[in-house]
Design a protein around this ligand. Structure first.
Ligand SMILES: *Cc1c(COP(=O)(O)O)cnc(C)c1O
Length: 359
């Protein structure tokens, strides 16, 4: 007897689902780079204006992302060049998926570095492409000669560079990424999910470098719940991407919320400044704990090597704090954990547990 599942691709049956942690009541959640602050909770006027907007959103009508005005609002808020075309996605996860699909000719190769964002490799496999992952150096910097050799050898259709990188927080050198963009004949996606927290960006080049697509998201800057990402690049590439994106991939509530957020971009900027200051404070505090090594981060998290990642993870969990254990994901991440930067009192709670364990 054939079971219905026998028709499902064997490679997919062999996969394990992306695990989203469900959180017990009262936990501090520092595992997924969410902002600790609801963006509109700071003032009743702002919150009420937003609620009115949501109440007036035409949820009986299909959304029209292109005509929603969100692209124009993003352009203004984040200085996206006029030469660039913008594609909107239901989170940048969706854009990663469709950019990969766009380039999935039989036998095509996707190049990434390791460790990096797991979705690059996952989508490569989903669309039957070859994945080449070049290991980073021990300090999570780029091994540029190795990456250039891989570009030469495999002629990748698509290269993913997270700038700054996740799950390490390290931002690669700009000149090295520029060299990769120049060397690659295929498309290079510079994924700036953490761009707001970094000193540098490739966004100003979007639209004027043929093979560059700069991807951003509002998830890490206070809006993980509305699922909005955007890709900026040359019209030639983005127009092709637009052909395969689902026509109604965004929803009215998210579009209205994101547009509202862009009109109050100072709310975002203040949160980003606060989290960056917290990141520096936590980094300095971690540096005082001799037993651990924190890697320099330009994101809203810090990756730390500790004496025993499992012990720290469990101890924090007993203290109702959830972080991400990276140990086991890649050899370079041995005994590493990733701490999302939260509100000051949340970060203090983590530091207190670590001091008790290690000092
Ligand atoms: C979080 C993250 C994303 C996904 O962002 P969404 O817009 O929430 O889908 C993409 N790339 C990197 C590197 C990330 O860390």
């Amino acid at each position: 007897m054939t079971a219905p599942t026998d028709f499902i691709r064997a490679d997919i049956q062999a996969m394990t689902a992306y695990h989203v942690a469900d959180l017990p009541e009262g936990f501090i959640k520092l595992d997924a780079m969410e902002s600790p602050y609801h963006p509109f909770a700071r003032s009743p006027e702002l919150a009420n204006a937003w609620k009115d907007l949501l109440a007036a959103a035409p949820i009986h009508l299909y959304p029209n992302p292109a005509a929603s005005g969100l692209q124009e609002a993003l352009r203004q808020a984040f200085d996206i060049p006029a030469a660039a075309q913008i594609a909107l996605g239901n989170g940048s996860d969706e854009l990663i998926q469709f950019i990969t699909l766009l380039l999935s000719k039989p036998g095509a190769t996707v190049l990434g570095v390791e460790p990096s964002f797991v979705m690059y490799k996952h989508n490569t496999a989903l669309f039957g492409m070859n994945y080449v992952g070049m290991p980073l150096n021990d300090d999570f910097t780029l091994n540029l000669p190795a990456v250039l050799a891989a570009i030469e050898q495999h002629n990748p259709a698509l290269t993913f560079i997270a700038y700054p990188n996740n799950p390490t927080g390290v931002c690669f050198k700009r000149e090295e990424v520029e060299t990769i963009i120049r060397a690659a004949k295929g498309i290079v996606v510079v994924d700036e999910a953490y761009g707001a927290f970094s000193h540098d960006s490739f966004l100003p080049l979007a639209g004027s470098v043929d093979n560059l697509v700069v991807m951003r998201t509002v998830s890490k800057i206070g809006f993980a719940g509305i699922r909005i990402g955007y890709a900026s690049g040359s019209p030639a590439v983005i127009n092709e991407l637009a052909k395969i994106l689902p026509p109604y991939n965004m929803n009215q509530l998210s579009l209205a919320t994101a547009k509202f957020a862009m009109q109050h971009v100072e709310v975002i900027n203040e949160t980003v400044l606060k989290l960056k200051a917290e990141r520096e404070r936590v980094f300095a505090e971690l540096a005082k704990i001799g037993a651990v090594k924190a890697f320099p981060s330009e994101a809203n998290f810090i990756t730390v090597r500790v004496p025993d990642a499992a012990v720290l993870f469990d101890t924090l969990k007993q203290n109702k704090i959830l972080i991400k254990k990276l140990h086991g994901m890649h050899p370079l991440l041995e005994q590493c954990v990733r701490l999302t930067i939260g509100a000051p009192e949340e970060n203090d709670a983590v530091l207190a547990v670590m001091r008790k364990l290690y000092c």
